[in-house]
Design a protein around this ligand. Structure first.
Ligand SMILES: [Zn+2]
Length: 210
């Protein structure tokens, strides 16, 4: 049997996506659930387990050798825990241990989602061939990651380059992280829509303000 796939988990404030990915970065199977972000921690974990159950039921699952998680931050990669700002039910949540238990003891690696997208952009995307890069993800939150000297630079806890909670307006709106005027409070998808609505924007009939 080939053992050439890895299982990937992308955990965000809006959705939880999972996939089986081959050595060329091609997705061979995928599953997705909405993130019950306002629910308690075990309910959020239930959505993760539903995604994993769909993947482990795939005939391809036997080829998976490891699980990689990119999670909304902050994360603590050395402790295997996550505390996503937009998922209040998870604070120092032992995600790595729970995912390992749900996948039959496969090795599990955790990094911040901004670092994960940076690894992907450096490998196959816009940062290919560049020794130094800052890559950003703008969705429910704003994340980022760094390539320095040709290598991914996650830092000791996996959050290096996470620019979403740098304050750029000291008198700005309060942010759920406790600071004011964070990049994320101004420039995440939901906050772009919120600021536009406050400024008088009227979405069209199909307008998506999420
Ligand atoms: Zn913040």
């Amino acid at each position: 049997m080939h053992t050439d796939l890895v299982a990937a988990l992308d955990i965000g404030g809006t959705k939880i996506a999972g996939a089986l990915v081959d050595g060329h970065g091609r997705i061979q199977a995928r599953a997705q659930r909405a993130t019950p972000a306002r629910e308690d921690g075990d309910t959020v974990m239930g959505a993760v387990e539903a995604v994993l159950a769909e993947l482990t039921a795939s005939p391809l699952w036997g080829r998976a050798t490891a699980v990689g998680i990119g999670s909304a931050g902050p994360v603590d990669a050395s402790a295997g825990t996550v505390s996503p700002v937009n998922v209040p039910g998870w604070r120092d949540y032992p995600l790595v241990r729970r995912v390992r238990a749900a996948t039959g003891g496969l090795p599990v690696e955790l990094i911040g989602d901004g670092v994960a997208i940076t690894a992907a952009e450096h490998w196959q995307g816009a940062a290919r061939g560049h020794d130094n890069a800052l890559c950003m993800v703008v969705s429910t939150g704003v994340g980022g990651g760094l390539v320095l000297g040709g290598r991914l630079h996650p830092g000791p806890t996996g959050n290096a380059g996470h620019i979403g909670h740098i304050s750029v307006d000291l008198d700005g709106d309060p942010c759920p992280c406790g600071a004011r005027g964070c990049v994320e409070r101004i420039a995440s998808g939901p906050n772009i829509a919120r600021r536009a609505l406050e400024g008088g924007w009227v979405p069209g009939p199909d307008g998506d303000t999420s």
